[in-house]
Design a protein around this ligand. Structure first.
Ligand code: AMP
Ligand code: MG
Length: 428
């Protein structure tokens, strides 16, 4: 499915929330994974606020303005090897050594045909030099050097601007900053750069049965694991976050908390209360104070998943089940956060095929993200689904190192057949 201009015009969250039938094929209560991604694309507006940072503090941030280099890198022709710079003289293989050049010397030396100068890696190439001969490939004797064969023209010479050309846009707006980018920025001599401001994310849990760690637990209660896993997942994303703790299943309190969150946050993440139970109030409250794009996705785990807006803040309502909360965070919320952070072209790690060690029961209808353990056996990648796949089995997430991604229309998977796996390492 593609959004044509006409559809784009009609995609307005307010309108969609009030009248879901205004767009054919749109069902907020049963949306495909791919369709949810497409819709989100339309609504996730990237931040615009910019700040200037020293490059050493810019790791994990996003470039806010194209970066043009004001210099060539390297800014002089230089030697790629320790050896001798030579001036070719027809087919002659012996050269007279007339001096040496160290890295760091800024003087431009000169050699004539038939002459050589010893040169260190990074040393400035003398005028008249045709190639650099590595020390290992020559003989030194009586102030002369001899080589066995003629080198290729300009062998072992690194040219001015071969890495970055003066005036070139070397990093574009929306580029995510990894260690390599920090190094590249330093190679341009830049001490500071403009990056997008950090997002502020408010998150909280909801549920009367949910209690904080450190408290004694009564039968019928659960410790609040989601708030900690969500916090930990956010920590990896370089955002500022505020923990609003756990909120009881009370409509008024939920409403007050969401409004307070919206006044502070670019993004609000909640867990629990988006399902169809009697005490699941998120839906009612959202209908009053915000607009919602979808409530349910056709995925497993994680069917109850809401996205909408409360005032200017984006809102994700994750399911309460701990595995569902993590899976939906990684598969939907994390790419969304990347987009809002201003990063362009973020993709989850691609899937690759592995042999499944057991059969998997699946009914067509929902895309599934099962937890698996990927191992290499005799040059072949084998995936073992973790024994318990329930959406409450958080230990399946700690055992797993990959998701087994089963398509919506897939049915029973035979033992020994190939399945798509997505390694977790690239995600978390
Ligand atoms: P809900 O989505 O509110 O219907 O909750 C679904 C299941 O997830 C219930 O069994 C809850 O007890 C559990 N649950 C909800 N919130 C949390 C949480 N913060 N930490 C751990 N489990 C939770
Ligand atoms: Mg609940």
């Amino acid at each position: 499915m593609q959004f044509n201009q006409e559809m784009k015009k009609s995609i307005n969250l307010k309108k969609l929330s009030k009248d879901p039938s205004c767009l054919s094929d749109y069902d907020p209560n049963a949306m495909d994974f791919e369709k949810a991604q497409l819709y989100l694309e339309q609504f996730l507006t990237p931040v615009t606020a910019v700040e200037k940072l020293p490059i050493q503090d810019a790791l994990g941030r996003v470039i806010a303005k194209d970066i043009k280099s004001s210099i060539n890198v390297p800014n002089y022709d230089n030697s790629a090897m320790d050896g001798y710079a030579i001036g070719l003289n027809q087919n002659q293989l012996t050269f007279k050594v007339i001096g040496s050049i160290f890295a760091g010397s800024t003087t431009l030396q000169k050699i004539k045909p038939g002459q050589a100068m010893q040169i260190m890696t990074g040393g400035r190439i003398p005028k008249g030099c045709d190639a650099v001969i590595p020390i290992e490939l020559l003989n030194e004797h009586d102030g002369l050097i001899t080589i066995d064969e003629l080198p290729k023209k300009y062998a072992n010479i690194r040219n001015i601007g071969e890495d970055v050309k003066k005036g070139e846009v070397i990093l574009k707006q929306g580029h995510f900053i990894r260690p390599a980018e920090v190094g590249l920025l330093a190679s341009l001599g830049l001490a500071h750069i403009n990056v997008f401001k950090k997002l502020t994310v408010v998150f909280f849990s909801s549920g009367d049965e949910v209690i904080s760690v450190g408290m004694p637990i009564k039968i019928g209660q659960v410790y609040d694991s989601n708030r900690y896993s969500i916090r930990a997942m956010l920590s990896r994303l370089n955002v500022d976050f505020i923990d609003f703790k756990n909120v009881i299943d009370d409509k008024t309190v939920i409403k007050k908390t969401l409004l307070k969150a919206a006044s502070k946050a670019d993004l609000i993440i909640t867990s629990g209360g988006v399902s169809v139970g009697k005490a699941d109030y998120m839906k009612e409250v959202l209908a009053e104070i915000g607009e919602v794009l979808f409530w349910k996705l056709s995925i497993k785990p994680g069917r109850p998943l809401a996205y909408g807006k409360i005032k200017q803040a984006h809102y994700f309502g994750l399911p309460g089940n701990p595995v569902s909360a993590m899976v939906t965070f990684y598969q939907i919320v994390q790419p969304a956060i990347k987009k809002i952070m201003g990063q362009t072209n973020y993709h989850l790690p691609p899937c690759f095929q592995a042999k499944c060690s057991t059969s998997i029961k699946k009914r067509p209808g929902r895309m599934e993200f099962q937890r698996g353990v990927l191992i290499k056996k005799n040059d072949e990648w084998i995936v073992n689904p973790t024994p318990h796949q329930g959406s409450g089995i958080l230990s399946s997430m700690t055992q797993a190192n990959c998701f087994i991604v089963l398509n919506k229309n897939d049915s029973f998977v035979e033992k020994g057949s190939t399945v798509n796996v997505q390694i977790m390492d690239g995600i978390i």
